[in-house]
Design a protein around this ligand. Structure first.
Ligand SMILES: Nc1ncnc2c1ncn2[C@@H]1O[C@H](COP(=O)(O)OP(=O)(O)OP(=O)(O)O)[C@@H](O)[C@H]1O
Ligand SMILES: [Mg+2]
Length: 256
């Protein structure tokens, strides 16, 4: 992973995420359940956004649409200038692998692989040599403070450590966007704070754009922007001037 380029962000840079009039329903038998209705928003590269709302309000669905894990029924969805609605399944999977790092509530590590092997997994899809893969994995494990645990299996790590391995896995491909779905939901306060400190660093030092779905007001207070959903409708989208994550020292370069 490379630190951010020093070029200043162009004021006219197109948003990294452009969503307009997005809607999504799920079908249960003959019943159609509207989950997201007419959502419009734009997220610039380098932003740190918290997404909150009651259980079932559509947070995960919206995050998964933006991250290319799911598809909308209608509306516009462009990320990094790519219209995700036009991509086929294989193209969408390749796009995700290159551009998005996922962090989940329950870590989703593979129990029979070591921390090192879990982090290496996304790189097996790339043309990197074994040596290059090792260098990348060692770098991100160091970044999350787990160099000394690289040969441990997930079952030999605490919840907080497992989540830091998952963060290393999300980072190892150097994605533009980090999609984190309740990453502190299963952690005690101290471990949660460590994970949030890391997300702050990824945003502040490396310019990663972060969308953080959370029920935790303390986690949300880190983000410089707060979006709230209720019953699939976007009801709040506002800056948080008192966010406890600092603004990145160096602005990100505009998307190519
Ligand atoms: N695959 C699916 N099939 C049918 N309905 C679904 C599916 N996924 C989600 N839903 C429904 O869509 C609605 C929104 O779900 P979503 O998971 O996005 O909510 P959420 O805001 O992330 O909730 P939570 O805070 O509990 O994680 C819910 O009513 C849920 O039951
Ligand atoms: Mg959810």
């Amino acid at each position: 992973m490379t630190p951010m380029s020093p070029e200043p962000e162009a004021a006219s840079a197109p948003p990294l995420v452009q969503v307009a009039h997005l809607s999504k329903s799920y079908r249960r038998g003959s019943q159609v359940l509207p989950v997201l209705q007419d959502i419009s928003l734009a997220i610039q590269e380098g932003e740190f956004v918290a997404l909150m709302g009651p259980s079932g309000s559509g947070k995960t669905t919206l995050l998964n649409l933006i991250a290319g894990l799911d598809r909308p029924d209608a509306g516009e969805l462009r990320v990094g200038g790519v219209d995700l609605t036009t991509l086929g399944e294989a193209e969408l999977a390749a796009w995700r692998a290159n551009h998005v790092g996922f962090i989940f509530q329950f870590y989703q590590l593979i129990p029979v692989l070591t921390a090192f092997e879990n982090v290496e997994l996304p790189l097996l899809l790339t043309p990197l040599s074994r040596r290059e893969r090792r260098e990348h994995v060692e770098l991100v494990l160091e970044l999350v403070g787990l160099s000394d645990r690289s040969h441990h299996y997930p079952g030999q790590l605490s919840g907080g450590q497992q989540q830091r391995v998952a963060i290393a896995r999300a980072l190892v491909t150097d994605p533009t966007l980090i999609a984190a779905d309740e990453p502190t939901g299963d952690l005690d306060r101290a471990s949660a704070n460590e994970v949030l400190d890391l997300l702050c660093r990824l945003n502040g030092d490396f310019g990663k754009t972060i969308i953080l779905v959370t029920h935790d007001p303390e986690a949300a207070s880190r983000a410089r922007r707060l979006i709230k959903l209720i019953k699939g409708v976007l009801i709040t989208d506002e800056a948080q001037p008192d966010a406890t994550c600092p603004v990145p020292a160096i602005r990100t370069r505009p998307p190519a």
